[in-house]
Design a protein around this ligand. Structure first.
Ligand SMILES: O=C(O)CCC(=O)C(=O)O
Ligand SMILES: [Fe+2]
Length: 422
């Protein structure tokens, strides 16, 4: 990140209360970025991260990816033989799109070779199978592979390289939000917004997807009388016929083989595989959508508190229980969110302390550099100040934390003070 982009981004976010925007109508078309040589990280920041708008990058951006050659036959189909040879024993999660379970699908686990046997059988029977409509989803390929193995699969595009969620999980060594999706034509993902209001990016290694993208807030028009969001927006009278929805039609995007889609923060979406398709998708959070994540977590806690409000006066550790329930429902609670901020903050303070373009072993983002570290520290300080002041965070027992939240905030603020000349 260059200095001018950082200063412009800070100004923009200050004017917008720290969050990238939600609300409003979908633009009529998604922007298409044809040429990698004519599109910089700064262009992505100003054109898409700050206004929180989707875009499609041409297949030229992923031309050199190993998976686009190794996983795909010359005819553009998944190379089943190669995939079985390379990953046949790996146990992968598989969802049944033909069965609705709440607003999702039931999942089972099986070796990749069994899933591919299903896929081939499906192809032989005109795309249907008595076993249902099985979709390989959320396979953590990166967790199951060596670093060299992954280099032969994909290269993280610079636009998505400031990725705190995966940086945090890599530091802890327990999880990640890097996935492979694969399935025959007709497999699909129900209507949803991504975890913690993260961004996602998605590349079709082969095949095509249709995306229905709704800007933040437009999902409100789709709620039923009980306030629930739809499972399938294309069903019933919700889409696209319903008159009152004419003003909230989604953005429809067909993503071709090799193309890369950026899904902004808080945009609900539904995704259909138009061909036999394999994709690589990551969820990511960084300084641009951090405040959106924090806002979302506050809403999640409020929802939990509403659900269990009747026990507030009779239960001595009601606040603690709310945090436990929140973690079970949302995957994270306030304490973990603080640790997430703490891990990223410590790494950025280290970069600043070294005053270099990066610290060895610190995957801050493909050398996005000192200006990126300054930007990140500014965002961390702003959100941490809000966390520390939050009455429900003040109920959390922080006595055992390695760095007290107030101390970390002070360190960030001091560091910011010393960056004014940068
Ligand atoms: O490709 C799919 O089926 C779903 C992908 C998705 O929801 C995402 O990348 O956020
Ligand atoms: Fe998604």
């Amino acid at each position: 990140m260059d200095r001018a982009t950082r200063v412009a981004a800070e100004q923009h976010l200050r004017g917008a209360g720290g969050r990238v925007p939600g609300g409003g109508r979908a633009p009529c078309r998604v922007a298409f970025i044809p040429d990698p040589c004519a599109f910089s990280y700064a262009d992505f920041v100003t054109g898409f991260l700050l206004p929180n708008l989707p875009c499609v990058f041409s297949s030229a951006f992923t031309e050199a990816w190993g998976s686009r050659r190794r996983w795909v036959t010359p005819a553009g189909k998944p190379d089943f033989e190669y995939l079985v040879r390379e990953y046949g024993d790996v146990v992968v999660p598989v969802a049944n799109c033909a069965v609705q379970e709440y607003n999702s699908n039931p999942k089972e686990h099986m070796p990749l070779r069994d899933y591919i046997a299903y896929w081939q059988e499906c192809a032989q029977h005109g795309g249907s199978s008595p076993r249902g409509c099985l979709y390989l989803k959320d396979w953590h390929l990166c967790r199951d592979s060596s670093a060299e193995g992954l280099e032969a699969v994909f290269t993280l595009p610079v636009y998505f390289s400031s990725d705190w969620l995966n940086e945090f999980w890599d530091a802890l060594g327990v999880d990640d939000y890097r996935f492979v999706y694969a399935g025959p034509r007709g497999t699909w993902s129900p209507f949803h917004a991504d975890i913690f209001r993260s961004y996602s990016w998605s590349v079709n290694v082969c095949g095509r997807k249709k995306w229905l993208l709704f800007p933040p807030g437009q999902e409100e028009a789709l709620r039923d009388s009980r306030g629930s969001l739809p499972y399938d927006v294309t069903l019933g009278n919700t889409y696209p016929q319903s008159a009152h929805l004419q003003s909230s039609l989604p953005l429809e995007v067909t993503q071709e083989a090799g193309e890369m889609l950026f899904v902004p923060s808080g945009w609900h979406h539904q995704v259909h595989n138009l061909d036999d398709t394999i994709s690589i998708n990551h969820n990511w959070v960084n300084g641009f959508n951090l405040a959106n994540m924090w806002h979302f977590l506050q809403q999640e806690l409020q929802a939990v508190q509403r659900e269990v409000s009747q026990w507030k006066d009779s239960m001595p550790d009601w606040h603690h229980h709310c945090q436990v329930i929140m973690r079970a429902c949302s995957g994270i609670n306030f304490e973990e969110f603080y640790h997430f901020l703490e891990v990223i903050a410590e790494r950025r303070l280290l970069v600043l302390g070294q005053g270099k373009e990066g610290v060895p072993g610190c995957s801050m983002g493909l050398g996005l550099g000192l200006q990126q570290a300054v930007f990140d520290i500014g965002r961390l300080a702003e959100v941490l100040a809000s966390v520390v002041a939050h009455p429900d965070f003040q109920q959390v027992d922080t006595s055992t934390f390695s760095t007290r939240p107030q101390d970390l905030l002070r360190q960030l603020q001091d560091a910011l003070g010393s960056t004014e000349a940068l």
